[in-house]
Design a protein around this ligand. Structure first.
Ligand code: AP5
Ligand code: ZN
Length: 217
């Protein structure tokens, strides 16, 4: 399956993607995680992305689209993938469409996670991620690690993301409404959008998402 996950910052895209990708046996491709890995490795791409991310703005398409396509061209993504955080504006969606068309394949669904703004603010404020791998995500009250400050998966140190400060989160929400939400209408016109509520426990949301994806088939 080829799925795009969309939803505001803090909706739980990364959290859900980890479970959905495992259930569906497809790789989880997060452009945010790819950027963070580049930043921690000190690559040129990471250097280019950091200032945009810290301000809560989108990294320019010239950088993002190439990185996403390179990742989708890896052997593990040949038969499907779950995209998290890409595309994030209409021009990225058009670039993705063109690239899928060139490979003679199509998206199966765009899963839209709906969460009220006060809840995403709470989720982001308490989020802690792993220094070794930013796809290992916890929350100080909703999803506590067994040992405070230590990642359950790999033992890495947990910390608060640089872009999770109040001002940056406000800008990320604004950027989501103005630049990313329009892709929902773009994909709705293609009949691909499945919207679910992302409120409730993590496993309840995963079950809801799996049901919605099956129904959509
Ligand atoms: P990115 O990393 O994609 O961030 P985001 O979209 O803002 O999403 P988040 O990672 O903040 O939230 P999430 O929905 O994954 O929530 P999570 O599962 O962590 O992008 C960061 C930046 O990179 C962008 O601002 C931009 O600069 C750049 N970028 C990335 N992609 C780009 C692109 N395509 N183009 C240009 N720039 C790009 O959950 C949040 C918290 O809630 C966690 O603590 C979790 O434990 C908790 N939680 C999750 N589910 C539940 C639940 N059901 N109940 C209670 N708590 C829950
Ligand atoms: Zn970890």
């Amino acid at each position: 399956m080829r799925i795009v996950l969309v939803g505001p910052p803090g909706a739980g895209k990364g959290t859900q993607a980890a479970f959905l990708a495992k259930n569906l046996s497809i790789p989880h491709i997060s452009t945010g995680d790819l950027f963070r890995a580049n930043i921690s490795q000190g690559t040129e791409l990471g250097k280019q992305a950091k200032a945009f991310m810290d301000a809560g703005n989108l990294v320019p398409d010239e950088v993002t689209i190439g990185m996403a396509k390179d990742r989708m061209a890896q052997p593990d993504a040949v038969n499907g993938f779950l995209l998290d955080g890409f595309p994030r504006n209409v021009s990225q969606a058009e670039a993705l469409d063109a690239s899928l068309k060139a490979d003679d394949v199509q998206l199966d669904a765009v899963l839209d996670l709906e969460v009220p703004e006060d809840e995403v603010v709470k989720r982001i404020a308490g989020r802690r991620i792993c220094r070794k791998d930013s796809s290992h995500v916890f929350h100080v009250t909703y999803s506590q690690p067994k040992v405070e400050g230590v990642c359950d998966v790999c033992g890495g140190e947990l910390y608060q993301r640089d872009d999770d400060s109040e001002d940056t989160v406000r800008n990320r929400l604004e950027v989501y409404h103005t630049q990313t939400e329009p892709i929902i209408d773009y994909y709705r016109a293609q009949g691909l959008v499945v919207t679910i509520s992302a409120l409730g426990k993590v496993d309840e949301v995963t079950a809801r998402a799996m049901d919605a994806l099956k129904r959509d088939k």
